[in-house]
Design a protein. Sequence first.
Length: 342
Amino acid sequence: MTQIRRQVVITKAGGPEVLKVQESPLPQLNKDEVTVAVAATGINFADILARQGLYQDAPSMPCTIGYEVAGTVTHVENTAHEHWIGKRVFGLTHFGGYTSHINIPIHQVFDIPAHLSFEEAASIPVAYLTAYQLTVVMGQLTDSESVLIQNAGGGVGLAILDIAKHIGATTIGTASSRKHSFLKDRGLSHAIDYNTQDWVHELHKLTDGRGVELITDPLGGKNWQASFKSLRATGRLGMFGISEASATGLKGKLKLIRTALAMPFFHPVRLMNENKSVFGVNMGRLWHESDKVREWMNELTEGAEAGWVRPHVDKTFSFENAGEAHAYIEARKNIGKVLLIP
Ligand SMILES: NC(=O)c1ccc[n+]([C@@H]2O[C@H](COP(=O)([O-])OP(=O)(O)OC[C@H]3O[C@@H](n4cnc5c(N)ncnc54)[C@H](OP(=O)(O)O)[C@@H]3O)[C@@H](O)[C@H]2O)c1
């Protein structure tokens, strides 16, 4: 019998009101895919940019986005995978995650650690894998170093904080001031309000003018130049987003152009002479490196079992209220993850 799925669809580029719930038949399973009945799906900032028409990797509209889900396996294509049926799993989806049922390649699916809820599990894939790549794989953070986490209160920001604390590094974060007490309770050493304070000056004061060894920066535009200047010698700047460009309609397009024009160019001689490096992270373009991603996820799953990976669910919304969920994030209200429940 054909399975009917409910999906949240971006009907056209625009404000939160363009998100609509629609029904359609679930396609046949492809080779080595499993069907997951979704219990929770994570929202990421890229989804907001996709809805605004500002995310170049998004499918053409109308489309269903969503990079991560948690739920229960109901069907498998390959009989060798039958032991997965009935298992609680979470995983990465190459779009299509805002759905009640989805077919996912088996190599993108992972067992949920026993003590985690579906909501907590759906909060892990994008935020923690991005954080792991930024902090451990490419950032190479050590316990004698300091990290500046830009946008520390977001899903990725909290994940970087967990990992940096596990490493034993000193943690400094930028966030709206109403998120500071939460961040300090989670173990952030110093919080800076980047909306009302000159964060460069505050960081300078906190580090006796030396700067920090790692900066993780999803803001983009001219902020990357300021972050680069705030690195200590041997420092690394990890760039992974353009939150600064976020806005709907013509304003969004103009902000995107402004953000792109303000991006710095890093001359090799300058990198050499200042003993600094820069790198970029885009989890949405690592589908061909599933072995690496599985290895990182295994570390993170062990971290969840050991207690240092602590996914924080801020709020859940029904599919019908997906627009409210997007508006909530755009209004900067979230601390950690916001999820949709089919
Ligand atoms: N490259 C990758 O692979 C990858 C993967 C995941 C995420 N990202 C990027 O990382 C960033 C954070 O993602 P996330 O999912 O962690 O975000 P999130 O949880 O949705 O966090 C949103 C937060 O971003 C802050 N923010 C900064 N500038 C903003 C703006 N112009 N409009 C609205 N909010 C703004 C706000 O916190 P404050 O109140 O503190 O300002 C807001 O609460 C995004 O740029 C995203 O695209 C990249």
